[in-house]
Design a binder for this molecule. Structure first.
Ligand code: PEP
Length: 250
């Protein structure tokens, strides 16, 4: 399916000095990775992360961006600013942004548009709340998230979209989706992409699973046919665990 990509989401953790130290610990452990490796760091850590990853196989992601290029949006960072720094990726629509900071499918779509226009690659997060899974509407929820975010995204631009399926009930909870649950939704998303674009385009998209993936469960999750990688929160802050996950993505 899509190329394997393991991305760390550091959330609101690590000062610049700590970020440098963490990347310097991770880099030698993942240097022979056969998958792509990305670290998603807080905005203030981006300069040091770009510097510390220079000459390594590690890409750098921001954790959000605004949809306007510039203007009266106090506290916000634009996609163009990230691109100007040399950042290659941005995580958008993370459930913590949707839950705590009011991101909606519509604003995630606007951010996605801005990020693509700036030349960035987007890690687009989708996933259902526990109540939605229990109501049996997981497919409808992720379809809506995917379709709204990708409205207006061309087949060519799809090569700069990575989708992270992250069931909200599994994020930071230690409760992981089963291998089959993860694969089922990732496969469903691929089917939705095929209906929006075509089979070939859908197969080329990397669809990650995220939600308490760790050194112990990564191998079997990543062995699922429609799971092309992982978006890793807690375990991405532990170099050995992150490296074990990266090694399992082959
Ligand atoms: C995440 O932050 O995207 C995530 C999946 O977190 P965790 O791995 O800690 O569940």
């Amino acid at each position: 399916m899509g190329k394997y990509i393991i991305a760390g989401n550091w959330k609101m953790n690590k000062t610049p000095a700590e970020a440098k130290e963490l990347i310097e610990a991770i880099a030698p452990l993942v240097k022979d990775a056969t998958c792509d490796v990305i670290v998603g760091v807080p905005f203030v850590d981006l300069p040091v992360a770009l510097e510390a990853t220079r000459g390594t196989n590690i890409g750098v992601a921001a954790q959000n961006c605004h949809w306007e290029k510039s203007g009266a949006f106090t506290g916000e960072i634009s996609a163009d600013m990230l691109q100007a720094m040399g950042v290659g990726y941005v995580i958008l629509g993370h459930s913590e942004r949707r839950t705590y900071f009011g991101d909606t499918d519509v604003t995630v779509a606007k951010r996605t548009r801005a990020a693509l226009d700036a030349g960035l690659t987007v890690i687009l997060c989708v996933g259902e709340y526990l109540e939605q899974r229990e109501q049996g509407i997981t497919s409808e929820v992720v379809d809506m998230q995917v379709k709204v975010a990708l409205g207006g995204v061309s087949r060519e631009e799809l090569s700069r979209i990575i989708i992270a399926y992250e069931p909200v009930w599994a994020i930071g909870t230690g409760r992981t989706a089963t291998d089959l649950q993860a694969n089922e939704v990732c496969a469903h998303i691929r089917g939705t992409l095929a209906s929006l674009y075509d089979d070939e385009a859908a197969k080329a998209v990397t669809i990650q699973y995220g939600g308490s993936m760790n050194a112990g469960n990564a191998e079997s999750l990543l062995a699922q046919p429609d799971v092309d990688g992982g978006l890793i929160g807690g375990a991405s802050l532990k170099p050995a665990d992150f490296a074990t996950i990266v090694a399992a993505a082959k």
